[in-house]
Design a protein around this ligand. Structure first.
Ligand code: FAD
Length: 382
Protein backbone atom coordinates (compact mmCIF):
# COMPACT_ATOMS: atom_id res chain seq x y z
CA UNK A 1 0.00 0.00 0.00
CA UNK A 2 1.15 3.57 -0.67
CA UNK A 3 3.14 5.27 2.12
CA UNK A 4 1.86 8.83 1.61
CA UNK A 5 -1.31 10.51 0.33
CA UNK A 6 -2.59 14.05 0.08
CA UNK A 7 -5.99 12.97 1.37
CA UNK A 8 -7.12 9.81 3.16
CA UNK A 9 -10.87 9.18 3.19
CA UNK A 10 -12.00 6.51 5.65
CA UNK A 11 -15.20 4.72 4.59
CA UNK A 12 -16.28 3.50 1.17
CA UNK A 13 -20.00 4.29 1.32
CA UNK A 14 -21.81 7.00 -0.60
CA UNK A 15 -20.21 9.75 1.50
CA UNK A 16 -16.61 8.61 1.10
CA UNK A 17 -16.90 7.64 -2.57
CA UNK A 18 -18.75 10.79 -3.64
CA UNK A 19 -16.30 12.96 -1.70
CA UNK A 20 -13.27 11.27 -3.28
CA UNK A 21 -14.74 12.04 -6.70
CA UNK A 22 -15.60 15.66 -5.89
CA UNK A 23 -12.12 16.33 -4.50
CA UNK A 24 -10.40 14.68 -7.45
CA UNK A 25 -12.65 16.66 -9.81
CA UNK A 26 -11.37 19.82 -8.13
CA UNK A 27 -7.81 18.85 -8.93
CA UNK A 28 -6.69 17.09 -5.76
CA UNK A 29 -4.25 14.31 -6.58
CA UNK A 30 -3.20 11.33 -4.58
CA UNK A 31 -6.46 10.57 -2.75
CA UNK A 32 -6.96 7.17 -1.15
CA UNK A 33 -10.24 5.70 0.12
CA UNK A 34 -9.82 3.09 2.86
CA UNK A 35 -12.71 0.66 3.30
CA UNK A 36 -12.70 -2.18 5.77
CA UNK A 37 -14.88 -4.44 3.61
CA UNK A 38 -16.15 -3.81 0.07
CA UNK A 39 -17.51 -0.51 -1.23
CA UNK A 40 -21.13 0.09 -0.11
CA UNK A 41 -20.89 -2.68 2.49
CA UNK A 42 -22.07 -0.34 5.29
CA UNK A 43 -25.40 1.47 5.57
CA UNK A 44 -25.27 2.55 1.92
CA UNK A 45 -25.69 -0.97 0.54
CA UNK A 46 -28.34 -1.77 3.15
CA UNK A 47 -30.51 1.28 2.70
CA UNK A 48 -34.05 1.68 1.42
CA UNK A 49 -32.70 3.65 -1.58
CA UNK A 50 -35.26 6.42 -1.16
CA UNK A 51 -34.57 9.96 -2.31
CA UNK A 52 -36.91 12.63 -1.00
CA UNK A 53 -36.88 16.38 -0.64
CA UNK A 54 -39.75 16.47 1.85
CA UNK A 55 -37.87 17.50 4.96
CA UNK A 56 -38.74 19.78 7.83
CA UNK A 57 -35.36 21.46 8.27
CA UNK A 58 -33.91 23.76 5.63
CA UNK A 59 -30.55 22.06 5.88
CA UNK A 60 -31.79 18.59 4.95
CA UNK A 61 -34.19 19.98 2.35
CA UNK A 62 -31.47 21.95 0.54
CA UNK A 63 -29.04 19.03 0.53
CA UNK A 64 -31.76 16.70 -0.75
CA UNK A 65 -33.16 19.15 -3.32
CA UNK A 66 -29.76 19.77 -4.86
CA UNK A 67 -28.84 16.09 -4.70
CA UNK A 68 -31.97 15.24 -6.72
CA UNK A 69 -30.63 17.46 -9.50
CA UNK A 70 -27.37 15.51 -9.38
CA UNK A 71 -29.11 12.11 -9.43
CA UNK A 72 -31.08 13.26 -12.48
CA UNK A 73 -27.91 13.75 -14.52
CA UNK A 74 -25.59 11.32 -12.73
CA UNK A 75 -25.30 8.71 -15.48
CA UNK A 76 -24.05 11.38 -17.89
CA UNK A 77 -22.07 13.42 -15.38
CA UNK A 78 -20.12 10.42 -14.12
CA UNK A 79 -20.06 8.84 -17.59
CA UNK A 80 -21.44 5.67 -16.04
CA UNK A 81 -21.40 2.55 -18.18
CA UNK A 82 -24.48 1.15 -16.39
CA UNK A 83 -27.54 2.92 -14.94
CA UNK A 84 -27.99 4.29 -11.43
CA UNK A 85 -31.71 3.50 -11.88
CA UNK A 86 -32.96 6.84 -10.62
CA UNK A 87 -36.75 6.73 -10.92
CA UNK A 88 -38.83 9.73 -9.92
CA UNK A 89 -42.06 8.04 -8.95
CA UNK A 90 -42.63 10.56 -6.16
CA UNK A 91 -43.00 10.27 -2.41
CA UNK A 92 -46.41 10.20 -0.78
CA UNK A 93 -46.20 11.17 2.88
CA UNK A 94 -49.43 10.29 4.65
CA UNK A 95 -50.70 11.82 7.89
CA UNK A 96 -53.07 9.77 10.05
CA UNK A 97 -53.15 12.19 12.98
CA UNK A 98 -53.91 15.89 13.28
CA UNK A 99 -50.57 16.63 14.95
CA UNK A 100 -48.73 14.89 12.13
CA UNK A 101 -50.72 16.91 9.62
CA UNK A 102 -49.86 20.15 11.42
CA UNK A 103 -46.18 19.19 11.25
CA UNK A 104 -46.47 18.35 7.55
CA UNK A 105 -47.90 21.81 6.88
CA UNK A 106 -44.85 23.37 8.52
CA UNK A 107 -42.53 21.06 6.58
CA UNK A 108 -44.20 21.97 3.29
CA UNK A 109 -43.81 25.67 4.08
CA UNK A 110 -40.04 25.08 4.43
CA UNK A 111 -40.01 23.07 1.18
CA UNK A 112 -41.97 25.72 -0.76
CA UNK A 113 -39.62 28.45 0.49
CA UNK A 114 -36.82 26.46 -1.17
CA UNK A 115 -38.67 25.90 -4.44
CA UNK A 116 -39.53 22.25 -3.77
CA UNK A 117 -42.89 21.62 -5.43
CA UNK A 118 -44.59 19.46 -2.79
CA UNK A 119 -48.39 19.37 -2.98
CA UNK A 120 -50.74 19.11 -0.02
CA UNK A 121 -53.53 16.75 -0.99
CA UNK A 122 -56.73 15.23 0.35
CA UNK A 123 -57.11 11.55 1.30
CA UNK A 124 -59.10 10.98 -1.91
CA UNK A 125 -56.35 12.55 -4.02
CA UNK A 126 -53.80 10.40 -2.20
CA UNK A 127 -55.84 7.32 -3.08
CA UNK A 128 -55.86 8.35 -6.73
CA UNK A 129 -52.06 8.24 -6.62
CA UNK A 130 -51.87 4.95 -4.65
CA UNK A 131 -55.21 3.13 -5.16
CA UNK A 132 -54.51 0.50 -2.46
CA UNK A 133 -53.82 3.14 0.22
CA UNK A 134 -55.97 2.83 3.34
CA UNK A 135 -57.64 6.22 3.73
CA UNK A 136 -59.73 5.35 6.79
CA UNK A 137 -58.82 8.05 9.29
CA UNK A 138 -56.28 9.57 6.89
CA UNK A 139 -56.16 13.34 7.57
CA UNK A 140 -54.15 14.38 4.52
CA UNK A 141 -51.00 13.74 2.56
CA UNK A 142 -48.16 15.50 0.84
CA UNK A 143 -46.78 14.50 -2.53
CA UNK A 144 -43.65 15.47 -4.40
CA UNK A 145 -43.36 13.96 -7.87
CA UNK A 146 -39.63 14.58 -8.30
CA UNK A 147 -38.76 12.43 -5.26
CA UNK A 148 -37.92 8.81 -5.99
CA UNK A 149 -35.29 6.17 -5.55
CA UNK A 150 -31.95 5.09 -7.00
CA UNK A 151 -29.83 1.97 -6.83
CA UNK A 152 -27.23 2.57 -4.08
CA UNK A 153 -24.80 -0.08 -5.39
CA UNK A 154 -24.81 1.49 -8.83
CA UNK A 155 -24.50 5.02 -7.44
CA UNK A 156 -21.41 4.03 -5.44
CA UNK A 157 -20.05 2.11 -8.42
CA UNK A 158 -20.56 5.17 -10.63
CA UNK A 159 -18.63 7.38 -8.20
CA UNK A 160 -15.96 4.72 -7.80
CA UNK A 161 -15.38 4.38 -11.54
CA UNK A 162 -15.38 8.15 -12.09
CA UNK A 163 -12.99 8.61 -9.16
CA UNK A 164 -10.69 5.89 -10.42
CA UNK A 165 -10.50 7.58 -13.83
CA UNK A 166 -9.41 10.76 -12.00
CA UNK A 167 -6.67 8.83 -10.19
CA UNK A 168 -8.32 8.02 -6.83
CA UNK A 169 -6.94 4.88 -5.19
CA UNK A 170 -9.30 2.53 -3.30
CA UNK A 171 -8.01 0.15 -0.63
CA UNK A 172 -10.79 -2.28 0.26
CA UNK A 173 -10.63 -4.96 2.97
CA UNK A 174 -8.35 -2.60 4.87
CA UNK A 175 -9.26 -1.40 8.36
CA UNK A 176 -8.15 1.87 9.90
CA UNK A 177 -6.78 1.09 13.35
CA UNK A 178 -5.31 4.41 14.48
CA UNK A 179 -4.68 8.06 13.61
CA UNK A 180 -1.37 9.73 14.45
CA UNK A 181 -1.10 13.38 15.48
CA UNK A 182 1.72 15.78 16.18
CA UNK A 183 1.23 19.19 17.81
CA UNK A 184 -2.54 19.01 17.29
CA UNK A 185 -2.35 18.11 13.58
CA UNK A 186 -2.99 14.74 11.97
CA UNK A 187 0.09 13.20 10.40
CA UNK A 188 -0.73 9.59 9.51
CA UNK A 189 -3.41 6.93 9.32
CA UNK A 190 -2.61 3.44 10.58
CA UNK A 191 -4.26 0.52 8.84
CA UNK A 192 -4.14 -3.26 8.80
CA UNK A 193 -2.01 -2.95 5.64
CA UNK A 194 0.44 -0.34 6.90
CA UNK A 195 0.69 3.36 7.67
CA UNK A 196 -0.06 6.26 5.31
CA UNK A 197 1.42 9.71 6.00
CA UNK A 198 -1.05 12.48 5.28
CA UNK A 199 -2.22 15.86 6.55
CA UNK A 200 -5.91 15.49 5.58
CA UNK A 201 -8.14 12.70 6.88
CA UNK A 202 -11.87 12.53 6.31
CA UNK A 203 -13.89 10.31 8.56
CA UNK A 204 -16.81 9.11 6.42
CA UNK A 205 -17.40 6.00 8.52
CA UNK A 206 -21.11 6.42 9.17
CA UNK A 207 -22.10 4.31 12.18
CA UNK A 208 -18.38 3.84 13.04
CA UNK A 209 -17.47 7.55 12.84
CA UNK A 210 -17.46 7.76 16.64
CA UNK A 211 -14.93 4.92 16.85
CA UNK A 212 -12.62 6.75 14.43
CA UNK A 213 -12.95 10.02 16.37
CA UNK A 214 -12.00 8.21 19.58
CA UNK A 215 -8.66 7.43 17.91
CA UNK A 216 -7.80 11.12 18.39
CA UNK A 217 -9.48 11.27 21.79
CA UNK A 218 -12.62 13.05 20.56
CA UNK A 219 -16.06 12.04 21.74
CA UNK A 220 -18.39 12.54 18.74
CA UNK A 221 -22.07 13.00 19.68
CA UNK A 222 -23.25 10.11 17.52
CA UNK A 223 -24.53 6.62 18.11
CA UNK A 224 -25.28 3.60 15.91
CA UNK A 225 -28.83 2.24 15.78
CA UNK A 226 -30.11 -0.81 13.97
CA UNK A 227 -32.75 -0.39 11.28
CA UNK A 228 -34.24 -3.36 9.50
CA UNK A 229 -35.72 -3.76 6.05
CA UNK A 230 -37.10 -6.47 3.80
CA UNK A 231 -37.72 -7.18 0.16
CA UNK A 232 -40.68 -9.14 -1.22
CA UNK A 233 -41.20 -11.21 -4.32
CA UNK A 234 -41.66 -9.21 -7.51
CA UNK A 235 -45.22 -8.52 -8.70
CA UNK A 236 -46.82 -6.44 -11.45
CA UNK A 237 -46.20 -2.70 -11.01
CA UNK A 238 -48.98 -1.24 -8.86
CA UNK A 239 -47.36 1.46 -6.72
CA UNK A 240 -45.58 4.43 -8.27
CA UNK A 241 -44.41 6.44 -5.26
CA UNK A 242 -42.67 5.59 -2.03
CA UNK A 243 -45.27 5.72 0.75
CA UNK A 244 -44.21 7.01 4.16
CA UNK A 245 -46.35 7.02 7.26
CA UNK A 246 -44.45 8.53 10.18
CA UNK A 247 -47.34 7.50 12.44
CA UNK A 248 -46.74 3.85 11.48
CA UNK A 249 -42.95 4.37 11.30
CA UNK A 250 -43.22 2.84 7.83
CA UNK A 251 -41.67 3.41 4.43
CA UNK A 252 -42.61 1.21 1.47
CA UNK A 253 -41.75 1.38 -2.20
CA UNK A 254 -42.00 -0.84 -5.25
CA UNK A 255 -38.72 -1.14 -7.14
CA UNK A 256 -38.46 -1.03 -10.94
CA UNK A 257 -38.10 -4.84 -10.83
CA UNK A 258 -41.48 -5.24 -9.12
CA UNK A 259 -40.45 -6.26 -5.60
CA UNK A 260 -41.39 -4.14 -2.61
CA UNK A 261 -38.78 -2.80 -0.20
CA UNK A 262 -40.04 -1.67 3.17
CA UNK A 263 -38.93 -0.98 6.70
CA UNK A 264 -40.14 0.34 10.03
CA UNK A 265 -38.21 2.30 12.59
CA UNK A 266 -38.25 0.98 16.15
CA UNK A 267 -38.05 3.76 18.75
CA UNK A 268 -36.97 1.21 21.39
CA UNK A 269 -33.98 0.01 19.42
CA UNK A 270 -30.86 0.12 21.66
CA UNK A 271 -27.91 2.32 20.75
CA UNK A 272 -25.45 -0.37 19.68
CA UNK A 273 -23.78 -2.10 16.75
CA UNK A 274 -26.17 -5.08 16.56
CA UNK A 275 -27.10 -5.82 12.93
CA UNK A 276 -28.80 -9.17 13.36
CA UNK A 277 -32.23 -9.52 11.80
CA UNK A 278 -35.20 -10.34 14.00
CA UNK A 279 -38.62 -12.04 13.88
CA UNK A 280 -40.03 -9.12 15.84
CA UNK A 281 -39.25 -6.84 12.94
CA UNK A 282 -41.06 -9.10 10.47
CA UNK A 283 -44.17 -9.06 12.63
CA UNK A 284 -43.97 -5.32 13.21
CA UNK A 285 -43.41 -4.35 9.58
CA UNK A 286 -46.13 -6.73 8.37
CA UNK A 287 -48.63 -5.23 10.80
CA UNK A 288 -47.81 -1.64 9.85
CA UNK A 289 -47.61 -2.27 6.09
CA UNK A 290 -50.93 -4.11 5.97
CA UNK A 291 -52.59 -1.33 7.95
CA UNK A 292 -51.43 1.35 5.53
CA UNK A 293 -51.36 -0.70 2.30
CA UNK A 294 -53.75 -3.66 2.84
CA UNK A 295 -53.26 -5.02 -0.69
CA UNK A 296 -49.75 -6.16 0.25
CA UNK A 297 -50.98 -8.75 2.73
CA UNK A 298 -50.37 -11.78 0.54
CA UNK A 299 -46.93 -10.79 -0.68
CA UNK A 300 -44.15 -13.24 0.16
CA UNK A 301 -40.99 -11.96 1.81
CA UNK A 302 -37.83 -12.97 0.00
CA UNK A 303 -35.16 -11.58 2.31
CA UNK A 304 -34.68 -9.35 5.32
CA UNK A 305 -31.57 -7.54 6.51
CA UNK A 306 -30.49 -4.75 8.77
CA UNK A 307 -28.03 -1.91 8.85
CA UNK A 308 -27.04 0.90 11.15
CA UNK A 309 -28.22 4.48 11.16
CA UNK A 310 -25.51 6.91 12.29
CA UNK A 311 -27.60 9.03 14.63
CA UNK A 312 -26.70 12.58 15.64
CA UNK A 313 -28.75 14.22 18.42
CA UNK A 314 -30.89 16.16 15.89
CA UNK A 315 -30.92 13.83 12.85
CA UNK A 316 -28.94 16.39 10.86
CA UNK A 317 -25.41 15.48 9.80
CA UNK A 318 -22.20 16.72 11.38
CA UNK A 319 -19.61 18.28 9.06
CA UNK A 320 -16.69 19.58 11.06
CA UNK A 321 -12.97 19.63 11.61
CA UNK A 322 -12.19 17.77 14.81
CA UNK A 323 -10.90 19.94 17.68
CA UNK A 324 -7.21 19.30 18.48
CA UNK A 325 -6.82 17.22 15.33
CA UNK A 326 -6.28 19.79 12.61
CA UNK A 327 -6.75 18.27 9.17
CA UNK A 328 -9.21 15.65 10.39
CA UNK A 329 -12.82 16.10 9.26
CA UNK A 330 -15.96 14.21 10.01
CA UNK A 331 -19.00 13.75 7.75
CA UNK A 332 -21.48 11.58 9.62
CA UNK A 333 -24.73 11.61 11.58
CA UNK A 334 -27.02 11.18 8.59
CA UNK A 335 -29.68 9.21 10.43
CA UNK A 336 -31.87 7.62 7.73
CA UNK A 337 -31.06 9.91 4.83
CA UNK A 338 -27.34 9.89 4.08
CA UNK A 339 -27.79 8.19 0.74
CA UNK A 340 -30.14 10.79 -0.72
CA UNK A 341 -28.02 13.75 0.40
CA UNK A 342 -24.71 12.06 -0.49
CA UNK A 343 -24.03 13.88 -3.78
CA UNK A 344 -24.32 17.38 -2.33
CA UNK A 345 -22.74 16.45 1.01
CA UNK A 346 -19.66 15.62 -1.03
CA UNK A 347 -19.72 18.92 -2.90
CA UNK A 348 -20.14 20.92 0.29
CA UNK A 349 -17.29 19.16 2.06
CA UNK A 350 -14.96 19.32 -0.91
CA UNK A 351 -15.61 23.06 -1.19
CA UNK A 352 -14.98 23.62 2.51
CA UNK A 353 -11.87 21.47 2.83
CA UNK A 354 -10.35 23.04 -0.29
CA UNK A 355 -11.09 26.57 0.92
CA UNK A 356 -13.60 27.26 -1.85
CA UNK A 357 -16.88 29.13 -1.54
CA UNK A 358 -19.53 26.76 -0.16
CA UNK A 359 -22.91 26.54 -1.89
CA UNK A 360 -24.63 26.68 1.51
CA UNK A 361 -23.38 27.66 4.97
CA UNK A 362 -21.55 24.60 6.27
CA UNK A 363 -21.24 26.11 9.77
CA UNK A 364 -24.85 25.09 10.42
CA UNK A 365 -23.69 21.47 10.47
CA UNK A 366 -20.88 22.18 12.94
CA UNK A 367 -20.27 20.65 16.35
CA UNK A 368 -20.91 23.97 18.06
CA UNK A 369 -24.66 23.57 17.70
CA UNK A 370 -24.66 20.83 20.33
CA UNK A 371 -22.61 22.90 22.78
CA UNK A 372 -24.86 25.91 22.24
CA UNK A 373 -28.01 23.79 22.45
CA UNK A 374 -29.08 25.07 19.00
CA UNK A 375 -30.12 21.78 17.49
CA UNK A 376 -31.44 21.54 13.92
CA UNK A 377 -34.13 19.06 14.98
CA UNK A 378 -35.44 17.20 11.95
CA UNK A 379 -39.10 16.25 12.44
CA UNK A 380 -39.54 14.05 9.35
CA UNK A 381 -37.40 11.01 10.21
CA UNK A 382 -38.72 7.43 9.97
P1 FAD B 1 -21.75 3.95 5.26
O1 FAD B 1 -22.41 3.57 4.01
O2 FAD B 1 -22.14 3.25 6.50
O3 FAD B 1 -20.20 3.77 5.00
C1 FAD B 1 -19.26 3.80 6.06
C2 FAD B 1 -18.17 2.79 5.69
O4 FAD B 1 -17.11 2.91 6.62
C3 FAD B 1 -18.66 1.36 5.76
O5 FAD B 1 -18.59 0.78 4.47
C4 FAD B 1 -17.71 0.69 6.75
O6 FAD B 1 -17.35 -0.62 6.38
C5 FAD B 1 -16.52 1.63 6.72
N1 FAD B 1 -15.72 1.58 7.95
C6 FAD B 1 -16.17 1.58 9.22
N2 FAD B 1 -15.14 1.52 10.08
C7 FAD B 1 -14.01 1.47 9.32
C8 FAD B 1 -12.61 1.39 9.62
N3 FAD B 1 -12.17 1.35 10.88
N4 FAD B 1 -11.74 1.35 8.61
C9 FAD B 1 -12.16 1.41 7.32
N5 FAD B 1 -13.47 1.49 6.98
C10 FAD B 1 -14.37 1.52 7.96
N6 FAD B 1 -30.78 6.81 3.41
C11 FAD B 1 -31.44 7.38 2.38
O7 FAD B 1 -31.02 8.42 1.89
N7 FAD B 1 -32.59 6.82 1.89
C12 FAD B 1 -33.13 5.69 2.41
O8 FAD B 1 -34.16 5.21 1.93
C13 FAD B 1 -32.45 5.08 3.49
N8 FAD B 1 -32.93 3.93 4.04
C14 FAD B 1 -32.19 3.27 4.99
C15 FAD B 1 -32.61 2.02 5.43
C16 FAD B 1 -31.84 1.29 6.32
C17 FAD B 1 -32.31 -0.06 6.77
C18 FAD B 1 -30.60 1.84 6.78
C19 FAD B 1 -29.73 1.08 7.73
C20 FAD B 1 -30.18 3.11 6.36
C21 FAD B 1 -30.97 3.83 5.47
N9 FAD B 1 -30.58 5.09 5.00
C22 FAD B 1 -31.24 5.67 3.97
C23 FAD B 1 -29.42 5.76 5.57
C24 FAD B 1 -28.22 5.64 4.64
O9 FAD B 1 -28.03 4.29 4.32
C25 FAD B 1 -26.97 6.20 5.33
O10 FAD B 1 -27.24 7.47 5.90
C26 FAD B 1 -25.86 6.38 4.31
O11 FAD B 1 -25.71 5.22 3.53
C27 FAD B 1 -24.56 6.72 5.02
O12 FAD B 1 -23.52 6.62 4.07
P2 FAD B 1 -22.04 6.73 4.55
O13 FAD B 1 -21.19 6.57 3.35
O14 FAD B 1 -21.88 7.98 5.34
O15 FAD B 1 -21.85 5.52 5.58
Amino acid sequence: MQKTANVVIIGGGITGCALAYEMALRGVQDIVVIEKQYLASGATGRCGAGVRQQWGTETNAILARDSVKRFESMNEELDYDMDIEFKQGGYLMVAYTESEWEQYKKNVAVQHSLGISTKMITPQEAQEIVPHLNINSLVGATFCQSDGHANPFHVVDAYYKAGRRLGVNYETYTTVTGIKREKGKVTAVQTTKGEINTSIVINACGFAAGTICKMVGFDLPLYPQRHQALVTEAVEPCQGPMVISLHHRLYCQQTPHGSFIMGVGDPNEPKDFNIHSSWEFLEDVARQAITVLPLLKNLRVVRQWSGLYDMSPDANPIFAEIPDAQGMWVAAGFSGHGFMVGPQTAVLLAQKILGQECFMPIEKFGLDRFRRGELLLEPAVV
